[in-house]
Design a protein around this ligand. Structure first.
Ligand code: NCD
Length: 359
């Protein structure tokens, strides 16, 4: 069956071979951007965006239209029935009767999983709170591969808000499949939560960018995620901690790639834009061929037969307690059934938001 008909909720939903297959198909799509393609003629994509977006939604819509398909959706949840109190499960079941695939962004962690549990059509997570953003990761990997020719061997610095930055959480989930070195550069209060740190990855942490900058092949900068701070004064303490400017870049490798999922606030100065190391606008543009590839594969218009899927891992799941994380979909949507993955006697991991707890 391959990728056809599957949902994409976390980056772990792909095997390493499947990730590479998506990137290969994206390469092909990239070379055909000027052509008229009818691969998805007659198919409909729905974009359900409950949080702001420019790149993700428009690149998905552009991708679908470039493949000959149609698009419906909303970008302002106050105009959808969620504003009347409709549950995620109901919204998903209604939208799937109007479309062949749903791309969803929502502030709750695990929200896409809820949609996928109730809908039969593929759901693609375009960002679920501070949890994951797997299609951004495909775009990030594609950027590295095209601009550097390889991902393995790179020393990648992740800089900024590693606590709430969902693009970083997904990226790390994919980087564990490559032979890379990762340095997490963040103030202590914004360092990477333990649950997003793959134990097989060569990873270290620091608060200071300057001492490591000269060693990096990729500097992946993120915005401090103001909207996810429980307390505004905490944001005030860390805003503007890192500013990458032309002067700082003089201390980096000539062939450094400066990446950013965008939008930027003030963490990359405008005087970096003309520098050949600035890869972020190209990275945003790569979102179109990557999402073309993903849509074509999930809707079965391009084959993924024979590509090995993720290994099945046997897990024991308990249906209590409800997840205590207030930003988790299981906590907030009361009809959802807790899915606690059992990790030893007292350790549990929420199947929606991945938060670990002791019972
Ligand atoms: C990111 C997101 O929404 O997580 N944007 C994107 O999709 N390119 C990054 C961000 O909002 O900071």
């Amino acid at each position: 069956m391959g990728l056809a008909g599957r949902s994409v909720i976390r980056v772990d939903d792909f095997s390493p071979a499947e990730i590479q297959h998506v990137l290969n198909v994206a390469d092909d799509m990239h070379g055909r951007l000027g052509e008229r393609l009818d691969l998805l003629a007659g198919r409909i994509l729905a974009t359900a965006f409950f949080e702001p977006s420019t790149r993700t939604r428009l690149s998905f819509e552009s991708a679908m239209q470039r493949l000959g398909g149609g698009v419906i959706g909303f970008a302002d949840p106050t105009t959808s029935s969620a504003a009347k109190g409709e549950t995620l499960a109901d919204t998903a079941r209604i939208i799937e009767s109007y479309a062949d695939l749903i791309v969803m962004r929502h502030p709750l962690e695990g929200s896409s999983k809820v949609a996928a549990d109730y809908a039969r059509k593929p759901i693609v997570n375009a960002g679920d709170g501070g949890h994951q953003h797997p299609t951004q990761t495909l775009t990030d990997l594609f950027t590295m591969q095209r601009e550097r020719g390889t991902i393995s061997g790179l020393h990648i610095g992740l800089c900024g808000d590693l606590r709430f930055g969902r693009t970083v959480h997904s990226l790390l989930g994919a980087l564990r499949h490559y032979d890379v070195k990762v340095t997490c550069i963040a103030p202590n209060s914004l360092q990477l939560p333990e649950r997003y740190r793959p134990d097989t990855l060569n990873l270290d942490t620091t608060e200071r960018l300057e001492p490591v900058l000269a060693e990096l092949d990729v500097l992946y900068v993120t915005r401090i995620q103001r909207e996810r701070f429980p307390d505004a004064s905490e944001y005030e303490k860390v805003k503007g901690v890192y500013v990458i400017d032309a002067e700082l870049l003089e201390r980096s490798k000539e062939e450094l790639l400066v990446m950013h999922p965008l939008p930027r606030v003030d963490e990359i100065a405008y005087n970096v834009d003309p520098d050949r190391r600035a890869a972020y606008f190209g990275q945003a543009a790569y979102g179109v061929p990557v999402r073309m590839a993903l849509l074509a594969l999930l809707l079965g218009a391009v084959s993924s037969d024979g590509v090995p899927p993720p290994e099945e891992v046997a897990v024991v799941v308990e249906h209590e307690p409800r997840c205590p994380n207030p930003d988790c979909a299981n906590h907030r949507e009361k009809y959802t059934v807790p899915q606690m993955l059992v990790e030893g006697e007292t350790r549990r991991k929420c199947g929606y938001c991945e938060m670990e707890l002791t019972v």
